[in-house]
Write a protein that binds this ligand. Structure first.
Ligand code: SF4
Length: 149
């Protein structure tokens, strides 16, 4: 299967082809408060649009800002799973060797790329960044939820 087919499979599995470009996932996205340079390009809508325009999404740095919080999925009228979309494309980018700074999660052993989210965490959680810095988004969320249960 070609890389283009792989991307298509991620789009199908996440229902991203059903996107109606309503912008709700952009409106609720916490990245708007996290990043001063937030733009629609970082959002699920932006990512979907680039795939549809046949851009080289696996090399696109905007793929790496999302926290995988899934807020967009909760409000999507088309049933798009933003988390599955972003996670699937990130996996393809990693196995394609398209990205640098790949780390291995100390929680689950999955590979992930920490760049932008890690910058945010380092800045905001200065007193206790270590455990979060060494975890992929899924494990980071688990720890966060356990702490706040
Ligand atoms: S909320 Fe869903 S349908 Fe609306 S822009 Fe985002 S992914 Fe597309």
């Amino acid at each position: 299967m070609s890389r283009r087919d792989d991307i298509r499979s991620v789009m199908v599995a996440s229902r991203a082809f059903a996107c109606v470009e309503c912008g709700r996932c952009v409106a609720v996205c916490p990245m708007a408060e996290m990043y001063p340079n937030f733009s629609i390009e970082m959002s699920p809508r932006g990512v979907i649009k680039k795939v549809l325009m046949d851009a080289d999404i696996l090399s696109d740095e905007h793929l790496w800002y999302c926290t995988e919080c899934n807020a967009g999925t909760d409000v999507c009228p088309a049933g798009v799973s933003d988390r599955d979309l972003i996670r699937g494309l990130r996996h393809l980018a990693i196995v394609s060797g398209k990205v640098q700074e790949v780390r291995t999660c100390q929680g689950c052993g999955e590979q992930y790329v920490p760049v932008h989210v890690m910058e945010f965490i380092s800045e905001r959680l200065k007193e206790e960044p270590t455990e979060f810095l060494n975890m992929c988004p899924a494990c980071r969320r688990k720890v966060y939820l356990m702490r706040n249960a």
